[in-house]
Design a binder for this molecule. Structure first.
Ligand code: NDP
Length: 419
């Protein structure tokens, strides 16, 4: 029997990806060499730089989205995240994979105006100036409009009797867009300032993303969810119950969503994206109706388990750190992703795959069985095992009655006595 992908060594995996033409020869060589950010480049990226910091990169295998198989690079320190994503991806194939819908990609920026003496007068003044202000916004970053994007609309949003947010919506094309929109907002604010009987407090993008949503869906045949001990119909109904609880209970919802973001954030890092912006947008969207709820929902319908995840994903395919971080371009080519829209859709499907695997484990064997089997290597490292000792100690831990640090240290001691 040929080895499974996860059973191969790192170099065998890279060779397999090269053979199947997922990786180019040049990118395979880059991954083999394990090259990372130079100190010089790191010092150009941040302030007070001391060194660089490494994290492991792996890959979720065979994520089927809109009829195309993706190999998704993921950067994470947490064991089991990538295994769970690959497991969820595999389950979804039985249902024909994920389908996605992504209606628009608009980033919203705010000019916050305070100390307004006459709100009605100001609103009238701003309404009349909308066309001129949009022109000023676009003139501040003309290349965006030349690419088919740019400032699209302005909205007045009173926040109190004396305070208002002037919202600017921008089609940021292939970028995440934070810097571009901030440039536009400051140009509009500078034009407005002398003409206002009010104070401009600040101009900055909003990380709230209701105009930047993406949805992924999947419908699984119930039989695909069977385990050795539980039939698929029961597993599906338990997953649907877990989904309902995440709508009712914030304690559960936060953990439910953390599981979704385990996958999305790991991939966002691999693609050099601002994961803080992605995380804050997701959690704000989860509480949009006043109560924090699960971002995904699962239900049994028409003899299938149907799952759906909608969230804002402010990703960038160009700009930001995408050029500065050396692994980003090879990762984009590894995934065969060519645009910000495609990245949004794949990340959303990945989040739903991650969620499916976590819920299935939780309602069947429990999270610890699979999780701890994969955590033993981390436990061995925490116990002080050297690189050569990690494997034998992990094997010994797999047979231990308790999986804790004390046991790991005792077993390591015993292992060293035998040598
Ligand atoms: P950049 O400042 O890098 O701007 C995008 C760049 O991409 C521009 O130089 C643009 O070129 C170039 N580009 C090339 N092709 C395209 C294309 N097809 N579509 C769009 N742009 C293209 O980054 P962003 O404006 O995207 O901002 C993202 C960065 O801002 C991230 O690093 C983020 O961390 C940070 N940030 C985040 C904040 C937040 O989230 N609150 C606040 C402030 C910054 P050209 O100049 O020719 O248009």
């Amino acid at each position: 029997m040929p080895k499974k992908f996860y059973q191969l060594s790192r170099l065998e995996r890279l060779a397999a990806l090269q053979t199947e033409k997922t990786l180019t020869t040049g990118d395979a060589a880059f991954f083999r060499a394990g090259k990372s950010l130079t100190q010089q480049r790191a010092g150009q990226l941040i302030e007070n730089q001391l060194t660089t910091f490494s994290l492991p990169e792996g890959m979720a295998r065979q994520l089927l989205v809109n009829g195309k198989y993706y190999q998704v690079p993921m950067v994470t320190e947490e064991p089991s995240v990538i295994a769970a994503a690959s497991n969820g991806a595999k389950l979804a194939v039985a249902g024909g994979g994920f389908t996605t819908n992504q209606p628009q990609r608009l980033l919203i920026g705010q000019i916050i105006i305070i100390d307004i003496a006459d709100m009605k007068k100001l609103q009238l003044q701003l309404e009349k100036s909308k066309t001129a202000l949009l022109k000023i916004a676009n003139a501040a970053h003309p290349s965006l409009q030349q690419r088919g994007g740019g400032a699209k609309w302005l909205r007045l949003r009173p926040l109190s009797q004396q305070e208002l947010s002037l919202d600017l919506a921008v089609d940021v094309q292939q970028a995440m867009g934070a810097n571009m929109i901030n440039t536009m907002l400051e140009a509009v604010a500078a034009e407005l300032r002398p003409h206002l009987q009010a104070t401009i407090l600040m101009s900055i993008l909003s990380n709230h993303g209701p105009d930047n949503l993406v949805t992924a869906k999947v419908a699984l045949p119930l039989a695909a969810l069977s385990t050795a001990k539980i039939n698929g119909t029961l597993v599906a109904s338990k997953i649907a119950a877990a989904s309902r609880i995440a709508q009712l209970d914030p304690y559960r919802a936060v953990t439910h969503n953390k599981g979704i973001m385990n996958g999305i954030t790991a991939a966002a890092l691999a693609f050099g994206n601002d994961f803080r912006a992605i995380e804050s947008a997701a959690h704000a969207f989860a509480v949009r109706n006043g109560q924090y709820r699960g971002l995904s929902q699962w239900q049994v319908q028409a003899k299938t388990l149907q799952g759906e995840l909608t969230l804002p994903l402010p990703v960038g395919f160009v700009g930001g750190a995408t050029k500065a971080l050396p692994a980003v371009k090879p990762n984009q080519r590894l995934a065969h992703i060519d645009s910000a829209e495609e990245l949004m859709q794949v990340l959303c499907a990945l989040g739903l795959a991650q969620n499916l695997a976590a819920l299935k484990a939780l309602v069947t064997t429990g999270i610890q069985q699979g999780h701890m089997a994969l955590q033993v290597k981390s436990l061995a490292i925490s116990a002080g095992a050297s690189t050569d000792e990690v494997l034998p100690l992990s094997n010994a831990l797999k047979h231990a009655k308790t999986l804790d640090l004390t046991t790991a240290k005792q077993l390591l001691h015993a292992l060293r006595q035998q040598r």
